[in-house]
Ligand binder design. Structure first.
Ligand code: AMP
Length: 288
């Protein structure tokens, strides 16, 4: 396994792979890897086969964090990440620095961003207004460095995956986007690098995101017709209220593709929610 730091070197390598006809699968991450990330690596390997190349990027992208968010304290452990990647059969870790990715940004000499204007409006986009501009920009830049044929994203960040799909489609990136299922702890909590911020009593209450989904699924499946959003929202609000450390940021019931809110919730729709547990903001979603 190789570690490549500079975008130029990554691009040179990618062009060489391309000229040799090698298939390249790519998993972008912010590091502090867990089994969820590794499931995306295995999916990338499945897609490109044993003779293909799997690249994981590890880059905590500053432009997707608001000034009030956790950029400085975002967990990092490159040595551990490298070991996990090597064991998972990754061929290359691409780990650029801020000065490589955004040279001149501090001095106002970086001014190009990629913006998706529709799917980013609600949900995470409403709670974190500058977030998706950072995500689409960095993913476009990473795609230009790695030149993958296929890139794997997690269903855990459902809106992000939809936005990336739209960007790839709208801007004609010749890349297949694959969305892999959410990996969970045994009690249902979606794996996340941010889970490490949780104090023990918060960790116990954090299962409320999963329990809310399960409850909603049950209610919808009991009914032969659609269930009203108001009723489901009230139920989720009540479940969250039982957890003293938890505060609901939003819960929404959406069409899985357009992300538009629905009035009456049926099987096939999606619940999407964000909950603060202590100071940690957790997101999750699931098919209903
Ligand atoms: P992050 O490092 O949090 O930016 O995530 C990098 C990629 O891993 C994104 O595509 C996420 O959706 C995905 N991911 C994060 N957590 C999980 C999980 N629990 N299961 C599956 N994929 C995940």
């Amino acid at each position: 396994m190789r570690i490549i730091r500079s975008p130029k070197a990554m691009q040179r390598q990618a062009l060489q792979w391309r000229s040799r006809g090698l298939r390249v699968g790519f998993v972008p991450t912010m590091g502090y890897l867990h089994a969820g990330h590794l499931s995306l690596v295995h999916e990338a390997r499945r897609r490109v086969g044993p003779d293909g190349v799997v690249v994981v990027s590890i880059y905590v992208n500053p432009t997707q964090f608001a000034p009030t968010e956790d950029l400085a304290k975002y967990p990092r452990d490159f040595a551990r990440d490298s070991k996990l990647c090597r064991e998972a059969g990754v061929d290359v870790i691409f780990a650029p620095t801020d000065s490589d990715m955004y040279a001149g940004r501090e001095d106002g000499n970086y001014s190009t961003y990629v913006v998706e204007e529709c799917l980013t409006q609600g949900l995470e986009g409403a709670s974190r207004p500058t977030h998706f501009r950072g995500v689409t920009t960095v993913v476009a830049k990473l795609f230009n460095c790695v030149l993958p044929e296929v890139s794997v994203f997690g269903a855990k960040d459902w809106q992000q995956a939809a936005v990336i799909r739209r960007m790839v489609n709208d801007l004609q990136f010749p890349i297949r986007i694959v969305v892999a299922p959410t990996t969970r702890e045994s009690d249902g909590l979606a794996m996340s690098s941010r889970n490490r911020y949780l104090q023990p009593e918060e960790r116990a209450q954090a299962t409320v995101l999963w329990r809310s989904q399960q409850w909603v699924r049950q209610e919808v499946r009991k009914s032969s017709r659609g269930v009203s959003v108001d009723r489901l929202r009230q139920g989720v609000v009540a479940l969250v209220a039982e957890c003293p450390a938890a505060r609901l940021d939003y819960v929404a019931f959406v069409d899985p593709d357009t992300l538009r809110p629905v009035d009456s919730v049926r099987r096939g729709h999606r619940i999407v929610l964000a909950v603060f547990v202590g100071k940690t903001r957790l997101i999750d979603n699931g098919a209903i």
